[in-house]
Design a protein. Structure first.
Lengths: 109, 359
């Protein structure tokens, strides 16, 4: 039977810096390869609509006639399926998670 | 003998992050009967198969639970692959094993933290979750997501772990293992922890089998039953023995989970050493036609998926039996006869995941 088994750990951590960061004053360390915000290089896009067809949450809308690409940021789940199917590889997921939005508008590229 | 009173426990209760409601019939401070009721967050996922096609449904299956998300996706994919007779590459099998075990480590650490919080040991809770955070970092670096891995797909895996990243992962795991040893030492040996866990909520071997307990709840009662013995993914080529303890109380269930942490680390090391090079996914064509029961060991126990397809891209029937659902009858048995103050500890001892249960 041991009493206060945790004393060693508590003593060691008393003299260490806290492991938590002062977010949002200190920016979050972005992990490479993290699936974050969906980004498009619109100059390479051929508007094939494959991404919009495969999107599991119907967050994407591609306008072939007017050559516009729309995304509903609040619906996108950053699953990366569109990135996988894109034939021109013009879509990619950036590591950051974007800024908060206050409206439900579609973002247009 | 005092008068009988009914005390409602949940669905909103400080100890539970999720809504389960239990009516506790108490006599003085003793619980004589517990009547559970579930269904507060039913999401109708079994109906959703009619709208989402079988490839899109992987994302839905992953979101059934936030903790064992990867294993839900894996179970679903295994079922579909079995129906469509797809042989996935060996490397994908190993990758699934590694991610499955990483998710087991983070789930058990999450449970340990919540348990510490339930018996009022807040500093232990914080330190356990500090270690869990390091595991989540490994998961984020290898799959891209901290909670929803999104790396499993029908036909294999979506991402690869390159050799240099694997070396880094193993090095980080060594650090995590050292930290986990310190934490497990507290859970196993500290007097105040033992005081809350030893001899509380005893469930005998016979009762555990009779009531259909699964996972650590069953193994804590002395039945060495583990779905990983079915040799799915790469478990057929890895060397492991299911861990079981014979006391059947909260302490032995805790001990099973603590030992499984190190077992998982060992399994990841074995898988990393044996993982062959090669493809990580095969191309999938056609639609599933047939039915299959897919059984996989989650951190909480055995999960069963029933999948039925009719040759179209939408499945006709889908059913998930999650481990917490199977562990509710043993929980009711444990609660009858316990002290009122032990109820939060006992509810947590089965590692309840209510979102899983109600789907």
């Amino acid at each position: 039977m041991a009493f206060f088994q945790m004393k060693k750990m508590i003593l060691a951590w008393t003299f260490r810096k806290p492991i938590t960061t002062k977010y949002p004053f200190e920016p979050r360390k972005i992990c490479p390869g993290s699936r974050g915000r969906l980004d498009i290089k619109i100059s390479d896009c051929i508007f094939c609509t494959l991404c919009a067809k495969r999107c599991p949450t119907q967050a994407l809308d591609v306008d072939r006639e007017n050559k516009k690409w729309h995304i509903d940021r609040l619906r996108c789940i950053s699953c990366g399926y569109c990135v996988e199917v894109c034939p021109k590889k013009c879509l990619n997921l950036t590591g950051d998670h974007g800024i908060p939005t206050v409206t439900k508008d579609m973002e247009t590229f | 003998m005092g008068t009988r009173t009914i005390i409602p426990f949940g669905p909103q209760h400080p100890v539970l992050p999720e809504p389960i409601h239990i009516d506790l019939v108490v006599e003085d401070e003793k619980v004589v009967e517990a009547v559970p009721s579930i269904g507060f967050i039913h999401r109708g996922l079994e109906k959703l198969v009619e709208k989402k096609d079988y490839i899109e449904y992987v994302y839905v299956a992953e979101r059934i639970c936030g903790i064992c998300s990867f294993i839900h996706g894996q179970t679903y994919c295994q079922g579909i692959e079995e129906i469509m007779k797809i042989e996935i590459p060996t490397r994908a099998k190993y990758l699934r094993t590694i991610w499955g075990e990483l998710s087991r480590i983070h789930s058990h650490l999450l449970w340990a933290g919540l348990m510490a919080d339930a018996f009022g040991f807040e500093s232990l809770f914080m330190h356990t979750w500090r270690v869990r955070e390091q595991v989540l970092d490994l998961i984020e670096a290898t799959t891209g997501g901290r909670v929803i891995f999104g790396s499993c797909k029908v036909g294999g895996a979506r991402r690869d772990i390159p050799p240099e990243q694997m070396a880094w992962l193993l090095k980080e795991l060594e650090v995590i293992e050292k930290e986990m040893r310190l934490i497990v030492d507290i859970f196993m040996n500290d007097n105040s922890v033992k005081h809350r866990l030893c001899g509380v909520g005893v469930i005998s071997r016979e009762d555990a089998i009779l009531l259909g307990a699964v996972g650590p709840t069953l193994r804590g009662s002395g039945v060495a039953d583990d779905m990983r013995l079915l040799k799915y993914a790469a478990f057929g080529e890895l060397d492991f023995e299911p861990i079981s303890k014979t006391d059947g109380d909260s302490y032995s269930r805790c001990a099973v989970r603590c030992s499984e942490l190190f077992q998982s680390v060992d399994l990841i090391r074995q898988a990393a050493a044996k993982m062959p090079a090669g493809e990580i996914a095969v191309k999938v064509t056609g639609n599933p036609d047939g039915e299959f029961f897919s059984r996989v060991e989650q951190p909480r126990g055995e999960v069963v998926y029933y999948i039925k397809g009719n040759g179209t891209k939408n499945l006709t029937r889908f059913r998930a039996r999650t481990p917490t659902f199977a562990n509710v009858p043993p929980l009711v048995k444990m609660l009858a006869g316990c002290e009122l103050a032990d109820v939060p500890v006992l509810v947590l001892t089965i590692d309840p995941c209510i979102s899983c249960t109600e789907r």
